[in-house]
Design a protein around this ligand. Structure first.
Ligand SMILES: [Zn+2]
Length: 124
């Protein structure tokens, strides 16, 4: 006669898919699978953060170039050709009586559907 302890169940290893016997909360068949899984998920998170930082760094350089050229606005179409991606911001304030305000670190601007304006440096 075989029996299982109440809290022992069969599960599936999150890394290799093999059957696991043991505690209900056990997620991996081995330390090797646990390490592989964690290394892969940490790598994916690092790559995602690096992608976001690269986009913000690119946007910042474009906004800074506008300020150096003494320009306070530009069309999103022109900025897009330079590689500006309006989806990446570090702050956003919904405009109650005016346009929404966005920031890329210390550079703030207002944005409409077609352009940005009032580009300026401001501490948050
Ligand atoms: Zn495994």
């Amino acid at each position: 006669m075989s029996y299982k302890l109440h809290d022992e169940v069969e599960g599936t290893c999150l890394e290799c898919g093999s059957t696991i016997h043991g505690r209900r909360d056990k997620r991996f068949c081995s330390l090797s699978c646990k390490n592989k899984f964690n290394n892969r998920t940490q790598m994916a998170k690092r790559q995602m953060r690096a992608k976001v930082m690269a986009a913000l760094t690119g946007n910042y350089a474009i906004l800074e170039a506008l300020l150096i050229e003494k320009k306070t606005g530009a069309s999103l179409e022109d900025l897009s050709e330079l590689g500006f991606d309006p989806a990446y911001v570090t702050s956003h304030r919904r405009g109650r009586f005016s346009h929404d305000e966005y920031a890329c670190f210390d550079i703030w601007y207002y944005r409409t559907d077609t352009r940005i304006f009032n580009v300026r440096r401001k501490l948050p």
